[in-house]
Write a protein that binds this ligand. Sequence first.
Ligand SMILES: C[S@@+](CC[C@H](N)C(=O)[O-])C[C@H]1O[C@@H](n2cnc3c(N)ncnc32)[C@H](O)[C@@H]1O
Length: 253
Amino acid sequence: MYKKLTPEDYITSSIIRFGSHDKYIQEKILVDFFVIKGNMKIAEGLRNYIKKHLKELKSMPKIRLLDVGPAIGAITTMLALQELDRCGLLEKTQVYLADVSQRVIDKTREGDFYFPKAIINSLLKRKIMKKLKNLKGYVCSASNLPFKNDYFDIAVAGFLFNNLHNQTKFSSAKQIERVIKKNGFIGIADQWFRDYKKEYCAEHANDVIPLAYESIMSMDKILKFFTSTYIRERSRLKDVSKENYYYFCGEKR
Ligand SMILES: C[S@@+](CC[C@H](N)C(=O)[O-])C[C@H]1O[C@@H](n2cnc3c(N)ncnc32)[C@H](O)[C@@H]1O
């Protein structure tokens, strides 16, 4: 039923699917709300991290935030910026987006997407849009991030790993750990279906653009890749299959 896809096919599929997915945020709110929930969990993990490291974060001249695989609108980043704003850290935060799609970056920078007032305080809209206007965008693959070691203070990847070919999941996890500085925050969320092929892929079997995520990995498997991360918070296993997502947050050792 499914043709064997290569890592390059996955990238091409993502460029086409997500580059043209102008209504990504609306769709997630209306159809796949578990994606929003997973991202809210990353934001909650970041809130706890900020509380713990507030003094240090306040003393830093700049905070660098990297979002790997943002999709149009960078919902993961928007929720993270909301948390940074709560503690007066928004002003000095610089947003970096890394995605295989140039259009994802351009549309996000232009602010050409739906601002989700249902989950983000609308009073923040102007400030968040300004941050995104000034974002630094990189068209690249997660498995080969063009940044120096220990460069970022915060790195997030919401629902990225299920879009990666199996052969690149490990190297992508390693790249995220490489570019984050010691004690920096890492927040990951992803989707999980117990019977992925029957339940999810079957629904997408006739999609015009081939579904390039024939395999998803369980939280435990992905966690094994993050060997340099001290995990502070994570989904409870019994919740994962009920919710169709998992998350984990931690600090680089
Ligand atoms: C499902 S969206 C996730 C959007 C958002 N972070 C969220 O949590 O809802 C996946 C994103 O990953 C990007 N992507 C897919 N493969 C990638 C790769 N190898 N490297 C970097 N980004 C990739 C896609 O273009 C898309 O923007």
